[in-house]
Ligand binder design. Structure first.
Ligand code: ASP
Ligand code: MG
Length: 587
């Protein structure tokens, strides 16, 4: 016997017929010989209706009362769901978050789970009933009802699957799986049979929008196998699992973040502490920064650019102007009409020329690339908003994603539910949603190539990386900073063993494009990996602060959902590793 958690989203329980249909799915699972916990969202758009009601009463309803109100949506749907199962002749018990014992902190409207008790749920399961759990809600230490933030039922489902040691967490929704890109925007998008947690994390907060990112963090942290599938169509869906169990592809998907805004602080002192000054104050204002790009700079001065969701632009500009004054920057510029296009794939680490392929596709479509950052499994470019859709299509085709096979879909659901660990392991997990920094690694075997004054026009990045690809250079990090005065700066790292070759190629590129190549130093790259890196404001600063405190200057930064990379001078590598490991509590 295995334990399965099934989650039904709002559209899957939008009316009584749909609730009955969903109830039949839960019963079918139970009759397959499994214990079943169902997590339900509020019916249809009920949560929006409640939010709207509150607004009609008050401009600023208190967060505590909002939670009291919003939690009722799920309370209605669990009761109806349990009645549906009972009407079909089976046993079911509905429970609120508080009744289950989902303890959260007291951050109303976006609370984080601290622990979940499993006793009550297990007793009911052992009695032969299906447990119907209200999604999205919990209770704080003073007994106040809290909610986990919009879309939080996914997190409830995966968290319950984790503590109950479930074999599978099925997410029933209105889409039939995870696609190579948003099919509403690009009809040639294909459903993926499987995807790894990291790829999903990199895609999720980028706009794939299938699941709440925090739920994927949970799944990764506790190794919960997740199956996303349609409530309405009988198709296999997409399994989300560990990278070791998934197929490595150079590209699994292309994501679009439509409303990005960029801010650049120009000519700030290129010295330890500058980044810390900026990002600590942004974090203190609760602004979560997305892309961070610092150029290599000249004459002891550098530019720092970063992006935030367009909604946060005003707040981020206030902080930036203030910090710019403190640091005697020569200016602050911004642009609110941008979009970020990212290609994600766990296999890109092991394949040459992936970046070149992406930039060439963009260039062929006449799209100018404004900024570039990379992680091991992701390349992100910032483009003008008007070019966003064309950019997604160009990149999607460049990797042949329209031809991705979607069969297989892994019917983990049917066959492989073999239980390994005993059900009675009660795990009460403290701090389940804390930021989990898994590792900090040092790679001191890289060389850094920088072009300081390439012309800022479509095709430049493509041009550079085609040349680099032809020379067989294996590129790791790529950063293109925000162009200024019509000139762009592109940096990339290569294995130090390829340094001479890199210098040759770089000089050739520079000579024919009228650009300058800075000297090519040995550098050290530090990578912090973990879960929750993006969703916790201020993580970037936890990295900048210890380096600033011991006077280590940062040459290059790149960020992603699950990783933060910084490049420092090679001689500071060991020391940086030591202080970062201390700062993040890694031994
Ligand atoms: N009902 C909540 C919302 O609409 C939670 C959820 O659906 O996941 O945000
Ligand atoms: Mg929902």
């Amino acid at each position: 016997m295995a334990l399965v958690v099934q989650k039904f989203g709002g559209t899957s329980v939008a009316d009584p017929q749909k609730i009955l249909a969903a109830a039949k799915k839960a019963i079918a699972r139970q009759q397959g010989g499994h214990q079943v916990v169902v997590v339900v969202s509020a019916m249809g758009h009920q949560t929006d209706v409640l939010v709207d009601l509150a607004k009609q009463i008050s401009d600023r309803p208190s967060a505590r009362e909002m939670d009291m109100l919003l939690s009722t949506g799920e309370q209605v749907s669990v009761a109806l769901f349990a009645m549906a199962i009972q009407s079909l002749g089976h046993k079911a018990v509905s429970l609120t978050g508080a009744q289950i014992g989902i303890r959260t902190d007291s951050t109303h409207t976006k609370a984080r789970i601290k622990s979940i008790s499993t006793d009550h749920v297990k007793k009911i399961l052992d009695g032969g009933a299906i447990v119907i759990a209200a999604g999205f809600q919990g209770i704080d230490q003073d007994g106040n009802i809290t909610t986990l933030g919009r879309g939080g039922s996914d997190t409830t489902a995966v968290a319950l699957a984790a503590v109950l040691d479930a074999d599978l967490c099925e997410i029933y929704t209105d889409v039939d799986g995870v696609y190579t890109t948003d099919p509403r925007m690009l009809p040639e998008a294909r459903r993926l049979a499987s995807i790894s947690y990291d790829e999903m994390l990199e895609l999720a907060s980028l706009g794939a929008g299938v699941m709440h990112p925090r739920s994927i963090e949970f799944a990764k942290k506790f190794g919960v196998k997740v199956l996303v599938r349609s409530s309405f169509k009988d198709v296999p869906g997409t399994v989300i699992l560990a990278a070791e169990e998934s197929t490595p592809r150079p590209a699994s998907g292309v994501a679009l973040a439509k409303d990005e805004a960029r801010i650049t602080l120009e000519n700030i002192p290129d010295q330890p502490g500058s980044s810390h000054a900026l990002f600590s104050q942004l974090a203190a204002s609760g602004i979560a920064v997305d892309m961070i790009v610092q150029n290599v700079g000249q004459g002891g001065r550098a530019d720092i650019s970063f992006t935030v969701p367009a909604d946060d632009l005003t707040g981020a500009l206030d902080v930036s102007n203030q910090v710019a004054r403190q640091l005697a920057a020569t200016g602050v510029s911004h642009d609110a009409e941008l979009a970020k296009v990212s290609v994600v794939g766990v296999g890109m680490e092991r394949e040459e020329g992936v970046a070149g392929r992406m930039f060439t596709a963009l260039s062929a479509a006449g799209i100018n690339v404004r900024m570039i950052t990379t992680s091991e499994i992701k390349i992100s470019v910032l483009v003008d908003k008007k070019d966003a859709q064309a950019a997604v299509q160009a990149v999607h085709r460049a990797f042949g994603l329209e031809a991705e096979t979607t069969d297989g879909g892994a019917d983990v659901a049917g066959s492989q539910l073999v239980k390994s660990s005993p059900l009675d392991v009660v795990r009460r997990l403290e701090g389940m949603e804390d930021l989990a920094i898994e590792d900090c690694q040092l790679d001191s075997s890289q060389a850094l190539v920088t072009f300081t004054d390439l012309p800022d026009k479509p095709g430049v990045a493509a041009d550079v990386f085609e040349e680099v690809g032809r020379a067989g250079l294996f590129v790791d990090m790529i950063v293109q900073s925000h162009p200024r005065n019509g000139l762009a700066e592109i940096s990339f790292t290569v294995p130090a063993g390829d340094r001479d070759k890199a210098i040759d190629v770089a000089q050739k590129i520079a000579a024919t494009r009228g650009a300058t190549v800075a000297d090519v130093p040995h550098v050290a790259k530090l990578s912090i990996t973990g879960v929750g890196i993006r969703s916790h404001a201020g993580v970037a600063d936890r990295l900048f602060k210890p380096l600033a405190d011991c006077g280590i200057n940062i040459d290059l930064v790149s960020t992603s959902e699950v990783r933060l990379n910084v490049v420092v001078a090679a001689e500071h590598g060991e020391k940086s590793l030591k202080v970062l490991r201390e700062a993040f509590g890694l031994s």
